[in-house]
Design a protein around this ligand. Structure first.
Ligand code: HEM
Length: 319
């Protein structure tokens, strides 16, 4: 196989730098997840996700992050292939290689984490991108619309439903256009009113079902179709995924709890080796500090993984 020739140490440095960035991300991600454990009906976690979903700097960071994950995987696979090509004849006796056992595990734990990420993205990230259906929420204040309010008031005064009001407007408008005007324009106007009616029905339904956040700032439990309708009728309302609810829902399922816990074990093994190994590759580890860096790697891996583990277990136990 003809792979481009880049010195093995250069590839290792790239893997170490990319891995270092991912180690920082993973600590931030685990810390943010702690907000799911607050019993505030998602007020803090939703505010955090809202910030993550709307801030442009975060969006750029997200693209860089996904790029780094892809590069980290590509460089590792490339390194693994070139290493194997460099030794086409395997050791006769297994265990003769001087490679650290943790480093041999890296490939397998890495594959497991990659498989997890595919599932994880389908559960959350792709919902945000609109590629997979989820549960959504929208800020109540964003649904306030002048024309809609007037329509509701008028229907109230006439003691009829908004739908009946639109039907009346439609019939008198068609009589008027038959005599004078442009039918297409009237149809467009009526269609606009009907769209507003769909939004009103959605709000009314939310009131009836009590589908609100505790602070009543958000309407929750919107379906994918609701979200599509709102995006079309009121693009500025910008409904977003209800990640707090989705995370809590997910961890009521014991299979999911187990799958996540298995991943955290793999992640722990991967990270425990990653930090000291990155330091060594970058030439920042020596006899004097080697042991300390090793311990630091272990502590880092324990802290991050325990934070991750806490969420599915405590949510599953209803705590
Ligand atoms: C208890 C465990 C976890 C929970 C509850 C969780 C939850 C979430 C949620 C809700 C999102 C979407 C956030 C958004 O896009 O605004 C997300 C995104 C993401 N998660 Fe996790 N996650 C967990 C564990 C992990 C682990 C172990 C990894 C890595 C191995 C990981 C990697 C990612 C990545 C790369 C993204 C996309 C980037 C981003 O949106 O920040 N997650 N996660």
């Amino acid at each position: 196989m003809n792979l481009p020739k880049i010195h093995s140490i250069s590839k290792k440095i790239c893997v170490a730098l990319l891995g270092g960035f991912l180690l920082i991300f993973i600590l931030l991600h685990a810390s943010a997840n702690m907000l799911v454990l607050r019993h505030d009906d998602g007020a803090w976690y939703s505010a955090f996700c809202h910030f993550m979903g709307t801030n442009y700097i975060v969006k750029v960071f997200e693209i860089i992050l996904l790029g780094f994950i892809a590069l980290h995987i590509c460089f590792t696979a490339w390194l693994w292939i070139t290493n194997r090509l460099a030794r086409p004849v395997r050791y006769h006796q297994p265990g003769r290689s001087k490679t650290h056992p943790g480093s041999k595990l890296m490939m397998w734990t890495g594959i497991l984490i990659f498989a997890f990420l595919v599932m994880h993205f389908c559960q959350f990230y792709f919902v945000k991108l609109g590629w997979v259906k989820g549960e959504y929420m929208v800020k109540v204040e964003k649904l306030q619309d002048e024309e809609m309010m007037q329509m509701m008031q008028m229907a109230n005064q006439m003691n009829i439903t908004p739908e009946e009001l639109i039907n009346q407007i439609e019939s008198s408008a068609s009589e008027y256009t038959d005599a004078n005007g442009d039918a297409a324009e009237t149809d467009e106007y009526i269609a606009g009113l009907r769209d507003k009616l769909s939004v009103m029905t959605l709000v009314q339904h939310a009131y009836e079902e009590g589908n609100f956040s505790e602070d009543r700032q958000w309407i929750r439990h919107l379906t994918y179709d609701d979200r599509q309708m709102l995006r079309r009728v009121m693009p500025e309302s910008d409904p977003e995924p209800d990640f707090y609810f989705m995370v809590r829902q997910l961890f009521h399922n014991p299979v999911m709890v187990l799958l996540y816990l298995i991943t955290f074990v793999a992640l722990f093994l991967h990270m425990r080796h990653a930090l000291p190994s990155a330091f060594q590759t970058l030439g920042l580890s020596n006899y004097k500090y080697g042991k300390a860096i090793d311990i630091l790697g272990q502590i880092y891996a324990w802290v991050v993984c325990l934070m991750f583990v806490a969420v599915p277990i405590l949510v599953y136990l209803g705590l």
